[in-house]
Design a protein around this ligand. Structure first.
Ligand code: DAH
Length: 335
């Protein structure tokens, strides 16, 4: 009779079509009032010497039923998942959701390009305050009280002796004050001048550079700046140095590159000259060294400074500097 149980169970399992059917079958056999449970209970009513053998048979059947139920269950679940995947399948014709990505601002792009070039030449990167003491912005850089750059028209004064820095050159003084030579760094940052038209904004960006050691000469200045300009604008770009004047360098130079827009033929941007002024530079004035406690007999060095907006305008053919700061997304997307 107990052998028949196995057969009956297998027949019934055969007709199970859903997880609900299966659950009912499980209750029917293994539940508290189930067939197997009843069989186990009835063990007490048979003769003691038959109990072990009979008990084992029931337990074997129980285990058999459990295994069959389990495997059928996982089979049914798999079938159900397959049906589900088929019924709510992906609609690949639906258009995707797009995330708009930001871009690096063209000024930051040029800044990091320039920074990369100098860092690879062994320069470190330094910073200084934008609200600066008159002393660092002018005095220590040998810009005397009556110098035109100190005119109220150019400089934003916070008080008599505090200004918004008009250039990044004060970082030279700050770094040299706290560090002994050799020094070799660039200092990018914002500068401020009371000026506004299509090539001037009251805030703009500069990069300063300084290299001081024993035996630094004008050749070093030329070599480093030429290497920089060739990496920045291309190896064939002509470079020329013109005599100039800055209070904090002696001698001073202005550095031009052959016009990248007309290749030197002469155009509106280079005003027909074929050349574009890119940076100011020179050998550090001994007076600046004295102000920071360096001995000008022992050390020499060169400094340079350039405007980032100007370089970006030339590189990207932008004719109005104000476009950089209007945050018009149509403009910014182009870089
Ligand atoms: N500070 C100057 C300016 O804002 C630029 C400059 C010229 C920086 C010559 C220098 C330099 O370090 O040597 O116009």
């Amino acid at each position: 009779m107990i052998e028949d149980l196995k057969k009956t169970f297998l027949d019934e399992l055969e007709s199970v079509k859903s997880l609900a059917d299966l659950s009912n079958l499980k209750v029917k056999y293994l539940g508290r009032k189930g067939i197997i449970t009843a069989e186990l209970k009835s063990l007490s009513s048979i003769p003691p010497d038959e109990r072990p053998l009979h008990g084992k048979k029931i337990n074997d059947i129980k285990q058999f039923i459990e295994e069959k139920l389990d495997s059928r269950e996982s089979q049914l679940k798999k079938e159900e998942l397959g049906r589900q995947l088929l019924s709510d399948s992906l609609d690949i014709t639906l258009s995707g959701k797009f995330t708009t990505f930001g871009r690096e601002h063209p000024i930051n792009k040029i800044l990091s390009e320039i920074t990369d070039i100098f860092v690879r030449m062994g320069f470190s990167v330094e910073e200084g305050p934008e609200v600066e003491l008159d002393y660092y912005n002018f005095e220590a850089l040998n810009i005397p009280k009556d110098h035109p750059a100190r005119d109220m028209q150019d400089t934003f004064y916070i008080s008599d002796d505090i200004v918004l820095r008009t250039h990044t050159s004060p970082v030279q003084v700050r770094v040299m004050e706290k560090r002994k030579p050799p020094v070799r760094f660039i200092a990018p940052g914002k500068v401020y001048r009371c000026d506004a038209d299509i090539t001037h904004t009251p805030m703009f960006h500069q990069i300063e550079g300084l290299m001081v050691d024993k035996g630094i000469t004008f050749s070093n200045l030329k070599g480093v700046l030429e290497a920089f300009l060739h990496r920045m604008f291309g190896a064939d770009t002509p470079v020329r140095f013109r005599p100039s004047f800055f209070p904090f360098t002696e001698p001073s130079a202005e550095v031009d590159i052959g016009c990248i827009l007309c290749n030197g033929a002469g155009c509106r941007v280079c005003k027909g000259s074929g050349w574009l002024e890119i940076l100011g530079a020179g050998m550090v004035n001994p007076r600046v060294f004295e102000n920071v406690g360096y001995d000008p007999e022992e050390y020499s060095g060169f400094a340079f400074g350039m405007g980032i907006e100007r370089i970006a305008m030339l590189k990207y053919s932008i004719d109005d500097i104000r476009l950089f700061f209007e945050n018009d997304i149509r403009f910014l997307r182009q870089f």
